[in-house]
Design a protein around this ligand. Structure first.
Ligand code: NAD
Length: 500
């Protein structure tokens, strides 16, 4: 891997060759921390997608026949390479995406974990064998690869999210055209370079850089791409689903969240404050699982609010690679504007701005996109700051009278990704596990911290019923085939020859 930032011009990877976009156009990736140029990338168009799909389609014919344990071994080598380069990739992530180093290391670690888990899957990919209702007949179901998968990813987990999609898709025997987010193309590039180094055959994984409108949309509509897996906003998800409908594609969507932490009157408040600060302001609030609502029992509302504001005001803003930084920049100028517009919306709606609410400047912060950790108090559950995904370091405190009301308020949004409750009462905790309408529930922990071997995803508008990670991911990238082997030597008729 070369690591000269700024001057280097990167290319697409199609059929095992590094190639320019057909139109010769480019775009730059810059750091949200200080504006430095990270690299120049092809601003590709439909022609480039078509070429990459053709290469992936051709490579599928052999890749599907490579024994799954051999496919898994490549993922295992990839995990090893990623582990060797973990610090280097994390450092690059803090520059290109803005995360603090510890979190960037966690992002890379998640990809290592996912690749190891899916490497092992190469020796499982289990189906079922069942008895037959007829004599001398054998029944089984097997997972079949589907073909070319279009992988479209966001910028907020630039190594982890591609691994959630690419590792299971590959081990199942599919080939891929990958479109990384335009805010983090170099991390997407590194991901592909390492898989190439791990020994992936030519054409099995292709990368085409460029925007959602040109590259993403062509992938979604391409007749030879039967599977689309997208992580992004609800609005993008709806558009993709609509555009893929004519091709009756398998569309796997992981979308937004408006996740809540509930703090009840019997909670360990110190623990709750720690969990809220980590969940609301970690990754500058730009996690799909970020806690953007805190629902608090009235008996502990005042002390929790006091401690939380004090903790938020202690957080140090700065470039992610500097030791001592707690909160890095947000991704770009557009995000900064959107986050600040929600501060204005919240104050306009009558919520009380307790801390933050402004763009951070001074000490060089004006060269990047920094926003002060922001807490609104006395928020009504119906306010826009309590309903809409802000995707920044802003959280809203909502006061409730009891656990029942807390759960109703937590469920009163369109999204259903992550949820959390702080309580020492086991009965209340079990009711919350049952009643919170979310794909993930944490007890006495914040809303973030998923592990790769359990399903990941959400209910309601967070997705369309699929899950990534764990065994559930395999359902996105395979189709079931049921096989009946009759060794009786005569024609036996199911449901008709019932005598046995
Ligand atoms: P985004 O929707 O703007 O973009 C996501 C990707 O889709 C990008 O690569 C983009 O270029 C592409 N895209 C945009 N329009 C497209 C189109 N019409 N056709 C095909 N592709 C298109 O999202 P973002 O700003 O990059 O990421 C933030 C969003 O992602 C938030 O809503 C966040 O909650 C969500 N997210 C969800 C999860 C999850 O697992 N549920 C995880 C991380 C992020």
């Amino acid at each position: 891997m070369t690591a000269v930032l700024g001057m280097e011009r990167f290319r697409n990877y199609v059929g095992g060759e590094w190639v320019e976009a057909a139109n010769g156009e480019t775009f730059e990736s810059t750091s949200p921390a200080n504006g430095e140029t990270i690299g120049t990338f092809p601003k590709s168009g439909a022609d480039d997608v078509d070429r990459a799909v053709e290469a992936a389609k051709a490579a599928f014919e052999d890749w599907r026949l490579v024994p799954a344990p051999r496919r898994g071994e490549i993922l295992f080598r990839f995990a090893q390479l990623l582990a060797e380069r973990k610090d280097e990739v994390a450092e690059l992530m803090s520059r290109e995406m803005g995360k603090v180093l510890a979190e960037a290391g966690g992002d890379v670690q998640e990809a290592i974990d996912m690749s190891l888990y899916m490497a092992g899957e190469g020796r499982r990919l289990s189906g079922q064998t069942t008895p037959s209702e007829l004599r001398d007949k054998f029944n089984m179901s097997v997972r079949m690869p589907i073909g070319v998968v279009g992988v479209i990813t966001p910028w907020n987990f630039p190594i982890a999210i591609p691994s959630w999609k690419i590792a299971p898709a590959l081990v199942c025997g599919n080939t891929i055209v990958f479109k990384p987010a335009t805010d983090t193309p170099l991390l997407g590039q590194r991901f592909v370079e390492l898989l190439d180094e791990a020994g992936l055959p030519k054409g099995v994984l292709n990368v085409v850089h460029g925007g959602g409108g040109a590259v993403g949309d062509r992938l979604v509509r391409h007749p030879d791409v039967p599977v689309i897996t997208l992580t992004g906003s609800r609005e993008t998800g709806v558009q993709v689903l609509r555009n893929a409908a004519e091709g009756l594609k398998h569309v796997h969507l992981e979308l937004g969240g408006k996740n809540a932490i509930i703090v009840l009157d019997d909670a360990d408040l110190d623990l709750a404050v720690e969990g809220i600060v980590w969940s609301a302001f970690g990754t500058s609030g730009q996690r799909c699982t970020a806690a953007s609502r805190v629902i608090v029992h009235e008996a502990v509302y005042e002390p929790l609010q006091r401690r939380l504001v004090a903790a938020a005001e202690k957080l140090r803003l700065g470039p992610g690679w500097e030791p001592g930084t707690d909160v890095g920049p947000v991704i770009n100028a557009r995000a900064l504007e959107k986050i600040h517009s929600y501060t204005e919306i919240g104050t306009g709606e009558g919520a009380k701005l307790l801390t933050g609410g402004e763009v951070a400047t001074g000490n060089g912060l004006e060269h990047g996109f920094y926003y002060r950790p922001t807490i609104f108090g006395d928020v009504d559950p119906g306010m826009r700051v309590a309903q809409e995904e802000i995707f920044g370091p802003t959280t809203a405190l909502i006061r409730v009278r009891d656990a029942g009301e807390a759960i109703r308020v937590a469920n009163g949004v369109r999204y259903g990704l992550s949820s959390s409750i702080f309580t020492r009462n086991v009965n209340t905790a079990f009711r919350a596990m049952r009643d919170l309408q979310a794909g993930i529930t944490y007890i006495n922990a914040g809303t973030i911290g998923a592990e790769v071997h359990l399903p990941f995803g959400g209910t309601k508008d967070t997705g369309n019923g699929h899950r990534e990670a764990g065994q559930a991911a395999l359902d996105v990238f395979t189709e079931w085939k049921s096989i009946y082997v009759d060794y009786s030597g005569k024609l036996q008729k199911a449901q008709i020859d019932t005598a046995g």
